[in-house]
Write a protein that binds this ligand. Structure first.
Ligand SMILES: C[S@@+](CC[C@H](N)C(=O)[O-])C[C@H]1O[C@@H](n2cnc3c(N)ncnc32)[C@H](O)[C@@H]1O
Length: 203
C-alpha cells in the first residue's frame, strides 16, 4: 500500500504541527478522567497520539500499514513511551476481551470504502458511554488526493453525512465542528482544505 512507501518520510514539520492542532481538538471532547483505555484507528506513525499519552492509561495504536507501524515502534522505543502498544492488521481480525473508553481516528475514514461496516465495528469495540472521535476532510472535490493514483476513497464528508453514518451505527452525536483550514502543497499546486471533528457516544 502507498502508506508503506510514504512511512519513512511521513513526519514532515507541516504534519507534526497539524497533528498538534488535531490532538488538541480531540482532547476537547474528553472528560477530565485520565484513566481511560483508548484506541487510535489508522494511527500512522503516531503523530496524533504522541500528544495524548498523558490523557490515557493505555493506547492501542492500530494501522494496516506495516511501514507506518515500523516507524511508530522506533518512536515508542526511542521516547520510552510506556503506555502505547501497536497492532498492525485488519480491524475485523482484531479481537480483545476488553473494550475501549475512547476511539479516535484522524484522516482515515476518507480512505475506507465500506465505512458503515467499519463504524459499526468501532461501535462494538466501545464500552457503554464510550466515545468515538472522528477527524476528517470536509468535501474537497477530489483536489486533496489529486496526485494519489488509484484513490478509491471519499472526497471528504459533509457534517450531515458523517453524522448520519455515526448515528446509523448506534452512537449519539454530541458535538461537531469545522476546526482547521489548511493548504496542501504538492507537485507545484496548492489545494486549500478544511478538517472537521465529530464526537459520538455509545449510550
Ligand atoms: C492519512 S494517514 C493518517 C495517519 C494519522 N492518523 C495522522 O493523522 O497522521 C491514513 C492512515 O490510515 C491507515 N489506514 C487506511 N485504511 C485503514 C484500515 N482499513 N485500517 C487501519 N488503518 C488504515 C493508513 O495505513 C494510514 O496510516
Amino acid at each position: 500500500m502507498h502508506f508503506d512507501e510514504e512511512s519513512k518520510k511521513w513526519d514532515t514539520e507541516y504534519r507534526v504541527q497539524r497533528a498538534k492542532k488535531i490532538s488538541t481538538e480531540i482532547e476537547n471532547y474528553l472528560d477530565k478522567d485520565n484513566n481511560l483505555r483508548a484506541l487510535e484507528f489508522g494511527c500512522g506513525t503516531g503523530l496524533i497520539s504522541e500528544n495524548l499519552t498523558h490523557r490515557f492509561s493505555d493506547i492501542l495504536m492500530m494501522d494496516l500499514s506495516e511501514g507506518m507501524i515500523e516507524q511508530l515502534k522506533l518512536k515508542i522505543e526511542k521516547n520510552k513511551i510506556k503506555n502505547m502498544k501497536t497492532w498492525c492488521g485488519d480491524l475485523f481480525q482484531f479481537n480483545d476481551n476488553k473494550k475501549f473508553d475512547v476511539i479516535y481516528t484522524s484522516m482515515v475514514f476518507h480512505h475506507i470504502e465500506d465505512l458503515p461496516k467499519v463504524i459499526k465495528k468501532l461501535y462494538d469495540l466501545l464500552n457503554k458511554e464510550g466515545k468515538l472521535i472522528v477527524v476528517d476532510l470536509c468535501p474537497d472535490n477530489g483536489g486533496f488526493h489529486d496526485e494519489v493514483q488509484d484513490f478509491s476513497g471519499h472526497n471528504g464528508f459533509k457534517l450531515t453525512e458523517m453524522e448520519g453514518l455515526i448515528e446509523e451505527a448506534g452512537l449519539e452525536v454530541i458535538g461537531s465542528k469545522i476546526f482547521y483550514s489548511g493548504m496542501k502543497k504538492s507537485e507545484g499546486k496548492e489545494q486549500p482544505y478544511q478538517l472537521f471533528s465529530m464526537c459520538g457516544i455509545r449510550k
